[in-house]
Design a protein around this ligand. Structure first.
Ligand SMILES: C[S@@+](CC[C@H](N)C(=O)[O-])C[C@H]1O[C@@H](n2cnc3c(N)ncnc32)[C@H](O)[C@@H]1O
Length: 359
C-alpha cells in the first residue's frame, strides 16, 4: 500500500488512538545521536513498512465484518448497488487532484505532521466548504465521473449540478410530499445548503422570496447561474461560514426554511449549530423541513456498513431518537417524521422531518 494511502486511513483513528500512536511515532522519527543518515533512512522505511502491514491486517478484519453482515442481511438487499459510495469516490478523486497541485515535499512534511499531531481534525464546515467548492469547480455534465454518478439519470434529466445524485422520480416524490405541500401561505422561504440550485430552481416559482444560504462560493455561483438561466429574479444568495451565526438582517425573517441532502454531510455538532442558525431566521411558529441520513432505514444501514469511517463525502448517520433530541434542544417542536419506503432513494435511506419553531 503506498504511503499516501497509509496517511488517509491513519486519520480515521480516534483522538486517543492518534495521541498515543502520534507521541510514540514522533520520537521514533527522530534521528538518534549516533545513527548515520543511511541507518536513519532504513529505520524510517521499516517503520512505514510495519504500518503498512498493520493497515493490511485491519482491512482484512473489515472484509470479515462485511461477510458477517451480508449474511445477517440475507434476502433484504435491493436498490443499494451503484450509487452508494460514488460520492466518496468523487471525494477521493478531488483530494488526489488537490494533492497533485501541492509541492510533493511540503505534502510529505504535512502528512508526517498529521500522523504525529494529537488534534488534526478540521471543523466540519471547513471540510464541507473545501469539498463542495472543489465539486462545483470540477463539475461538468460531460465529465466521466459525473456520467458515472448519473447512470440512473436520463441524459435529458442531467441539467443541473446535483441531478446526478438521485433519480428524478424519487426527488420529485419527496419534494411534493415534504416541501411543496407546506409552501402554501409561506411567501418568504430560505434554503440552507442550496448547492447547485437543484431544489431552489423548483421552489422559486412557488414563492415570493427565496434566499439560498450556502458555505461554498463555488456552489452559490453555480446556483446563481442556474436560477438566472431560468429567469427567476426574486432569488437571493447568501454565503455563510458554517461555524458562526447568520447575518442579523435575516432574524425572524422566513415563514419556511428547508435543508435537503445537507445534514447528511454534517457531524452532530455541526447539525446543532446549523439548527440554531435555522431557528434564528425562522419566524415564531414557522416550519422547517430537514433530511438526515437514517441508520435505521434499510439503505441507510447498507450505506453506513460500506463506509469505513465518517467523511464529508460519506454520510453521518443518525437515528430518529437523536433527531428528536437535537430538535427539542434547539427550540423546535417535531411535527412529522418519515418512515422508510422501498423504491424511493431518499425515503429508504433518510429520515425526513417537519418541525416548527417554538416561540
Ligand atoms: C449534497 S449538496 C445538496 C444541495 C441541495 N440541497 C440539493 O439537494 O441539491 C450539499 C450542499 O450543502 C452545503 N453545505 C454543507 N454544509 C453546510 C453548512 N454547514 N451550512 C450551509 N451549507 C452547507 C454544501 O456546500 C453543498 O452545497
Amino acid at each position: 500500500m503506498p504511503y499516501t494511502a497509509v496517511h488517509q486511513t491513519r486519520s480515521q483513528s480516534t483522538a486517543w488512538g492518534v495521541a498515543s500512536q502520534g507521541q510514540r511515532s514522533q520520537m521514533e522519527y527522530l534521528r538518534q545521536d549516533h545513527e548515520t543518515a543511511e541507518a536513519h533512512a532504513a529505520r524510517l522505511l521499516a517503520i512505514l513498512q510495519e504500518r503498512d502491514a498493520k493497515e493490511s491486517a485491519e482491512s482484512a478484519e473489515w472484509a470479515k465484518a462485511e461477510v458477517v453482515e451480508a449474511a445477517c442481511e440475507s434476502g433484504t438487499s435491493d436498490g443499494a448497488e451503484g450509487s452508494p459510495g460514488s460520492l466518496e469516490e468523487v471525494e477521493a478523486m478531488l483530494v488526489a487532484q488537490s494533492e497533485e497541485r501541492q509541492n510533493p515535499m511540503a505534502l510529505e512534511v504535512l502528512k508526517s505532521l498529521q500522523q504525529c499531531a494529537v488534534y488534526t481534525d478540521a471543523p466540519n464546515h471547513e471540510t464541507n466548504r473545501k469539498l463542495w467548492d472543489a465539486y462545483a469547480n470540477s463539475w461538468n455534465s460531460d465529465k466521466d465521473w459525473v456520467k458515472r454518478m448519473s447512470k440512473h439519470v436520463s441524459r435529458d434529466d442531467l441539467q443541473c449540478l446535483g441531478d446526478e445524485w438521485s433519480d428524478a422520480e424519487s426527488l420529485e416524490a419527496v419534494l411534493h410530499e415534504w416541501l411543496y405541500s407546506y409552501l402554501e401561505g409561506c411567501p418568504k422561504v430560505a434554503e440552507i445548503g442550496s448547492g447547485g440550485g437543484r431544489v431552489a430552481a423548483r421552489v422559486a416559482p412557488k414563492v415570493e422570496r427565496l434566499v439560498c444560504f450556502d458555505l461554498s462560493e463555488g456552489m452559490l455561483a453555480r446556483a446563481k447561474s442556474r436560477i438566472a438561466e431560468l429567469g427567476h429574479r426574486h432569488v437571493e444568495f447568501q454565503l455563510v461560514q458554517g461555524g458562526t451565526s447568520y447575518p442579523e438582517e435575516y432574524r425572524n425573517c422566513f415563514d419556511f426554511v428547508y435543508s435537503f441532502d445537507v445534514f447528511v454531510h454534517m457531524d452532530l455538532h455541526q447539525m446543532r449549530q446549523t439548527l440554531h442558525c435555522m431557528r434564528s431566521i425562522l419566524r415564531p411558529g414557522g416550519l422547517c423541513f430537514i433530511s438526515f441520513a437514517n441508520l435505521l432505514a434499510p439503505d441507510g444501514w447498507r450505506r453506513f456498513a460500506k463506509q469505513r469511517h465518517y467523511s464529508v463525502g460519506g454520510f453521518y448517520f443518525v437515528s430518529p431518537d437523536i433527531v428528536s433530541c437535537l430538535l427539542k434542544q434547539t427550540g423546535f417542536s417535531l411535527i412529522r417524521m418519515s418512515k422508510p419506503q422501498a423504491g424511493n432513494t431518499y425515503l429508504n435511506r433518510d429520515l425526513l422531518v417537519i418541525a416548527s419553531k417554538v416561540a
